[in-house]
Design a protein around this ligand. Structure first.
Ligand code: ADP
Ligand code: MG
Length: 240
């Protein structure tokens, strides 16, 4: 699979009169595991939804692989998103949840079967194909959501606080699983979190967002050792 870059250039977005993203500039390298860190309400989900195509920016450009996709509808973007609440279909089995996007794309049945099997295998859920979401643990549901997204082989993977509903011990375990999966697939990934430790221990590079303004971008160690302002120092410095 081709590794692609994601570039936000001077992106602005307002809800009514409230400006939520204020001139956001971020360059994400092909294949990078990039964390977007910020407190609640800082605009993380808004930016992710904008990249996925569910929000439209008022100004600026969004480039994937060097091409401006600002007006491309979400279904043509080749971008996969895992939502914070997973958004699984409760009445469908794990298998059907994962197959859903492929069925919609009207792929041949044998191809669907092969891809779903591979995706379930990747997240370690092959044995759970016939279960329904409510018969699974939180961590397993999270992995179904991940399988359902990677099965369509997106060029960019967007993860909106994918681990925040899990307890601490599982979160630490799953962050490693997530990272090793990302490394195996080599897919450009944007990982949204409000958890400093989670960003610091996983990301190749990270951006710290506050009130819709990017405060600093860099490697975790750079932000930790050389924060550009008090906000970054406090936010990145406090491990919880
Ligand atoms: P985060 O994901 O970092 O917690 P959000 O992107 O969800 O932040 O929200 C950023 C700001 O935008 C918040 O002040 C929030 O209240 C506001 N907001 C989010 N979605 C909407 C919406 N659909 N309409 C109006 N305001 C919104
Ligand atoms: Mg959010």
């Amino acid at each position: 699979m081709k590794k692609v870059s994601v570039e936000c250039r001077n992106i602005r977005l307002s809800y009514g009169k409230t400006e939520v993203l204020k001139d956001v500039n971020i360059n994400i390298e092909p294949g990078e595991f990039f964390a977007l860190l910020g407190p609640s309400g800082s605009g993380k989900s808004t930016l992710l939804r904008l990249i996925a195509g569910f929000n439209r920016h008022n100004a600026g450009q969004l480039l994937v692989d060097g091409k401006d996709i600002s007006t491309t509808p979400p279904w043509d973007r080749n971008i996969g998103m895992v939502f914070q609440n997973y958004a699984l279909w409760p009445h469908m089995t794990v298998w059907d949840n994962v197959a859903f996007g492929l069925v919609e794309r009207k792929l041949p049945r044998a191809e669907i079967r092969a891809k779903v099997e591979a995706a379930l295998d990747l997240v370690g859920l092959s044995q759970y194909a016939k279960r329904r979401p409510n018969q699974l643990s939180g961590g397993q549901q999270q992995r179904v959501a991940l399988a359902r997204t990677i099965v369509i082989e997106p060029q960019v993977l967007l993860l909106d606080e994918p681990l925040s509903n899990l307890d601490k011990k599982l979160r630490v375990q799953m962050r490693q699983d997530l990272l090793s999966l990302q490394r195996r697939l080599g897919i450009t990934t944007i990982f949204v979190t409000h958890d400093q430790e989670e960003a610091m221990t996983t990301a190749d590079r990270m951006a710290v967002l506050d009130h819709g303004v990017v405060q600093q971008i860099g490697a975790p160690s750079t932000l930790f050792d050389y924060p550009v302002n008090r906000f970054v120092a406090n936010f990145v410095g406090t491990m919880n």
